[in-house]
Design a binder for this molecule. Structure first.
Ligand SMILES: Cc1ncc(COP(=O)(O)O)c(C=O)c1O
Length: 458
């Protein structure tokens, strides 16, 4: 078993072994119970230490991919989520990466094999050993001051310069959006949302009986001509924009569009909410709406890079708005998790988060190039060719949605739901492709199977 470990790469060797083993398992299509080659042999062939190989295998045990037997023997685990888990998973079908035997090609986060646990485990131990308040106490209404200070430092390069009373932590961006919708809007209000766009935002607005008008998302941001028309005709109260590495198209707001959006929202007195949860996947700065106008409400998160499980996000807004949001946050949840906030503050302060981002961006850049090539080879149409972030939005020129789904199923690939990204549930033949999953052998085989068969034509 040759694993092709690159010792110059930024990705730690154990992580590379994990990825390579997952790939090997998929390519060899082993049945549950099948035995992995002996650790000693894998280590010898690949010039690795046995302890590195064992550690990689143990991580795969934790992920439910392998099972361990006595004497450092590892076998393929049986995929047996209990019925209750399967029921819970329905919420995230096709959108959340997980240890399922199928590849969720359109999932909304990094796959488990990309997640790195060493620094996170270190920070968790550090907080557990040294920070009694972090272990046991409520957080403060605006969130842990040490964390807010670190977040503000990270916002400075984006030209978002605000004081500490203008930032509040939340349980992920989701809680931020929920608090904004509950506090600043009321049933019967109408807002403008991007289409295609983030499905959970649509559900959240529906839950609060807020009606939506859709503005088409172009590769450079919302279509400003349509936006102007909507603002004139419907006088909506708010506009939600996912500015950078947009979910699902992968595109980012360009300065000229940002300026026009601000002009229009100012003129029509519209509340502007900028969702920037994918910000850290890009090393450059770029134009943020919140950097150009103090009235913009800015939402961020650490789910997409560090861990979706920690549930740490934040909102930046005017001091008045933050005070109102904080009150609702305390009434509804007694604040966010102080433990998770302390863990994140530790990783931001000791530089581990910054290094993690460097590795993730490098991997994403390599895989994005490869994914775009695969799509070009299969003659897919790509929306706006993203240069950073997690997503590519693309469609086959040759197959409709049903044909694609059937082809995907045959290759062990699950595509995201065709209607998910439309505020009105309209089916699209465009697919959200997660760059971090696109080079998996199952995805490669699927893309190849969607290419036109030129030989048959003659
Ligand atoms: C655009 C967008 N906003 C918000 C969220 C929610 O993020 P969090 O996990 O921080 O709640 C997501 C998650 O997929 C997203 O794609």
């Amino acid at each position: 078993m040759e694993l092709r470990i690159d010792r110059q790469a930024l990705v730690p060797v154990v992580q590379q072994i994990v990825d390579a083993l997952v790939c090997w398992l998929h390519c060899n299509n082993l049945a549950p119970g099948a035995r992995l080659p002996p650790v000693r042999q894998i280590a010898r062939i690949n010039l690795l230490s046995q302890s590195c190989v064992v550690e990689a295998c143990e991580r795969l045990v934790v992920q439910g991919v392998l099972e361990s037997r006595q004497g450092a023997v590892f076998v393929v685990a049986a995929p047996t989520p209990d019925a209750r888990d399967r029921q819970d998973d329905l919420w995230f079908q096709g959108t959340q990466p997980g240890p399922s035997s199928e590849l969720q090609l359109g999932c909304g986060g990094l796959p488990e094999s990309w997640r790195e646990s060493d620094d996170l485990s270190y920070a968790i131990r550090q907080v557990s050993r040294t920070d009694m308040a972090g272990l046991f106490n409520y957080s403060t209404p605006l969130g842990l001051p040490a964390l807010r200070e670190q977040i503000l430092k990270r916002l400075k390069p984006l030209a978002i310069n605000v004081e500490a009373n203008r930032i509040m932590t939340t349980a992920g961006a989701s809680q931020g959006l929920d608090l904004i919708v509950r506090t600043l809007f009321k049933p019967g209000d109408c807002v403008v949302v991007e289409s295609p766009g983030y499905p959970m935002l649509f559900d959240l607005l529906r839950l609060h009986a807020i009606s939506m008008f859709e503005v088409p998302r172009t590769p450079h941001g919302p279509d400003v001509a349509v936006l102007e028309q909507l603002l004139l005709e419907h006088r909506p109260k708010g506009l939600f924009i996912n500015s950078f590495h947009h979910n699902p198209t992968g595109g980012s707001l360009v300065p000229v569009v940002a300026q026009r959006v601000l002009q229009l929202t100012r003129k029509h007195g519209v509340l502007l909410i900028e969702d920037d949860v994918y910000a850290d996947l890009h090393s450059g700065t770029g134009t943020r709406l919140a950097a150009l106008d103090d009235r913009v409400i800015y939402v961020g998160s650490y789910s997409k890079t560090l861990s979706s499980s920690l549930r740490v996000g934040f909102v930046v807004a005017s001091a008045d708005v933050i005070a109102r949001l904080a009150e609702v946050k305390m009434i509804s949840s007694m604040g966010a998790s102080r433990f998770c906030e302390s863990v994140l503050a530790c990783l931001l302060a000791n530089g581990a988060y910054r290094k993690l981002l460097k590795r993730q961006r490098q991997r994403l850049n390599t895989d994005r190039q490869a994914a775009l090539q695969l799509l070009e080879d299969a003659e897919w149409e790509v929306f706006g060719k993203p240069t950073a972030g997690l997503f590519i939005w693309a469609r086959s020129r040759w197959m409709d949605c049903a044909q694609m789904q059937a082809r995907a199923q045959r290759h062990g690939v699950v595509l995201s739901c065709a209607t998910a990204f439309s505020p009105v549930g309209e089916a699209a033949d465009w697919q959200r492709i997660n760059v971090a999953c696109a080079c998996d052998p199952r995805a490669r085989a699927f893309f190849q199977a969607t290419a036109p068969n030129r030989h048959q034509a003659f």
